[in-house]
Design a protein around this ligand. Structure first.
Ligand code: SAM
Length: 259
């Protein structure tokens, strides 16, 4: 079994890449579930916390906790929340496999772009299930590389992005997990599971190209990195990311599948 390694790492580039995300841009699928007074929301794998900030704004009478195993991510998230003056938001360093919270402590669990990095997503979802109250709702979202649209196409570019997906797989993750999210929620005991999908067209090829190329370079794949950099310099190209979102509810009749 592959040893789990967080493929993007916590480099300034990867952190800045994540910090562009907001609840509005990446968490719309969960917004309908944020209505209700005083909701307690957990954001799993919150990274630099920009989506968590949107969650906190969406539940002004509630409370949001973001967790991430990256200490530097939590430090960045705390600073951003302090600068924004958000007082109903806190962050903690923690593993999604071992949440430092009592059973049934949260009304909502949100999780964006974490499952594809995990070797044991079913165990992380069992933990999420445990900390949700009965009547609580989970929302998870991850990419699926089977849906990527890249232009202009070339065999070298296909090889380079496949090498990136293989790298993530060798680190224990799965860049094609998107299509499995609904089944993973059902297997974890959630009911009324709903699945949706959307595309994110990256604002510039340089933005996504630099992100991928840096990681390929860091992992000794200079040839593939060069292919990605050359492609990202083209003026009429595109990279559309396929995101799959799944929501599910924990009810009194839910039965968690113990791992
Ligand atoms: C791709 S980033 C997503 C950050 C943010 N949710 C977003 O969508 O912008 C994934 C985050 O999950 C964190 N992470 C990875 N494995 C983790 C684990 N086992 N426990 C907790 N956090 C983890 C990483 O440190 C990283 O910040």
């Amino acid at each position: 079994m592959a040893e789990e390694i967080y493929t993007p790492g916590h480099t300034p580039n990867a952190t800045a890449f994540m910090a562009k995300r907001t609840l509005e841009s990446h968490g719309q699928f969960f917004v309908p579930w944020l209505e209700g007074a005083g909701l307690e929301v957990l954001d799993l794998g919150c990274g630099p916390g920009t989506i968590s900030m949107g969650l906190a704004e969406a539940v002004p009478e509630g409370r949001v906790t973001g967790i991430d195993f990256g200490e530097c991510q939590i430090a960045a998230a705390r600073e951003k929340a302090r600068d924004a003056g958000l007082t109903n938001l806190e962050f903690e360093v923690a593993s999604c496999y071992e949440l430092p919270f009592a059973d049934g402590s949260y009304d909502r669990v949100f999780c964006h772009a974490l499952m594809e990095h995990l070797e044991r997503p079913h165990e992380a979802l069992a933990e999420a299930f445990r900390v949700l109250r009965s009547g609580g709702v989970i929302g998870i979202c991850s990419p699926d590389a089977d849906g990527w649209l890249l232009a202009p196409p070339s065999a070298a570019l296909t090889d380079a992005v496949e090498a990136y997906a293989d790298l993530q797989a060798s680190n224990g993750g799965d860049l094609r997990i998107g299509k499995r999210l609904g089944v993973l929620l059902e297997d974890a005991g959630f009911v009324r599971v709903h699945v949706s999908a959307r595309y994110e067209c990256y604002p510039s090829l340089e933005f996504i190209g630099n992100y991928l190329a840096l990681q390929l370079e860091q992992n000794g794949m200079a040839r593939h990195a060069k292919t990605v950099r050359d492609w990202s310099g083209s003026s009429h190209g595109m990279f559309a990311q396929a995101w799959v979102a799944a929501t599910g509810e924990k009810t009194d009749h839910s039965a968690a599948v113990l791992t």
